[in-house]
Design a protein around this ligand. Structure first.
Ligand SMILES: [Zn+2]
Length: 341
């Protein structure tokens, strides 16, 4: 079983060794720095910032977090991020702060099969909602994200709660983790951010032990409610050029320019092609705790949503037109590892 800190080179897949605040690959000589206490195994950055800009922003947030709370650090992130218009920043910050409640509900619907507690990997862990929920439940958990800036915030989230977990900065298409190292993987709000759905699904499949379980949540492009990442109606139905103009008109910039919008059926097909058997495709589960933790109009909407989920017919409709869906899938035993191409 993999021990935290056992990494492989994301480029050539040979083991790396720790050396002077970094990890070095003896196969291809690549050196990967440890920044803000987090190993950075990226071969390239996400599409919003260059690696240098990204590391500078992460370092700035890391310094800020030394003297401020998790919630204040999240607010600071949105203050220094031009890419998110102010009306959306408040909504996104609330979403981030409720991450542990969502993570808890996700882990509850995705229990270890045999009663023991094998390690969980959260791919695209962001501010660490699932990681904190798993660590609090005493589960061994690792979080991986391509954004060091978000991992710094996740690190603050963990330390504020007196918890610890392994955090790794890397592109999931080139993970620094050994094949078949995990029996449970969570990918919440991940696939709409990946440029290549198939490559991401294959990489996740190779990280899972045969028979291991994957739990995915995602925004539904064909929702009749506002599309969650944009807070706008109908954007998933529009051709790309018209969508771009519409989002710029409404938001001041194209906040969806890097979105790879997904639907439950489309993502289910991509997972099947990558070696998964989808055992459940459903509208996203909302726990009673989440309803209790909400207020006002949101509480009414979540109560109504749970009511619709409790009836087979309306649940089926909600899968196709609801805002968020979830998929539970099992890696087909016998699928070869490392088929990432
Ligand atoms: Zn290498």
């Amino acid at each position: 079983m993999r021990q935290p800190g056992d990494y492989v080179c994301p480029q050539c897949r040979l083991p790396v060794v720790p050396e002077d605040e970094s990890y070095v690959c003896k196969g291809c000589d690549m050196r990967f720095p440890v920044l803000c206490g987090i190993p950075d195994f990226r071969l390239s950055s996400d599409r919003y910032l260059t690696i240098a800009e990204e590391r500078a922003k992460a370092t700035r947030l890391h310094v800020y977090a030394q003297t401020h709370s998790f919630a204040e650090t999240v607010a600071e992130y949105y203050r220094i991020t031009d890419d998110v218009p102010p009306p959306m920043a408040t909504r996104f910050a609330d979403y981030v702060l409720a991450g542990e409640a969502r993570g808890r509900s996700m882990l509850d619907s995705f229990p270890p099969a045999d009663g023991n507690r094998p390690a969980v990997l959260d791919v695209g862990c962001g501010a660490g909602g699932v990681v904190v929920a798993a660590a609090r439940a005493g589960q061994s958990v690792s979080g991986i994200d391509i954004a060091l800036r978000w991992l710094v915030i996740a690190q603050k989230h963990l330390s504020e709660e007196g918890l610890s977990a392994e955090l790794v900065c890397a592109d999931i298409a080139n993970p620094p983790l050994p094949d078949a190292a995990f029996e449970r993987i969570v990918a919440a709000d991940l696939f709409e951010h990946l440029p290549d759905t198939g490559a991401g699904a294959r990489a996740i499949s190779s990280l899972l032990a045969p028979g291991g379980c994957l739990h995915v949540t995602g925004a539904n492009r064909f929702t009749l409610a506002p599309y969650p990442p944009a807070g706008l109606w109908g954007v998933g139905f529009l051709p790309a050029a018209i969508r771009r103009r519409y989002v710029v008109w409404r938001r001041g910039l194209d906040t969806l320019r890097f979105q790879n919008m997904q639907s439950p059926a489309g993502l289910g097909r991509a997972l099947t092609k990558a070696g998964f058997e989808c055992t459940r495709i459903a509208p996203m589960t909302v726990s009673v705790d989440r309803v209790r933790a909400s207020e006002g109009a949101k509480r009414i909407a979540l109560t109504l949503y749970r009511l619709l989920c409790s009836n087979a017919l309306t649940r089926k409709a909600l899968l196709h037109i609801g805002p968020v869906f979830e998929i539970t899938a099992r890696r087909t035993p016998g699928m070869p590892s490392s088929k990432r191409t």
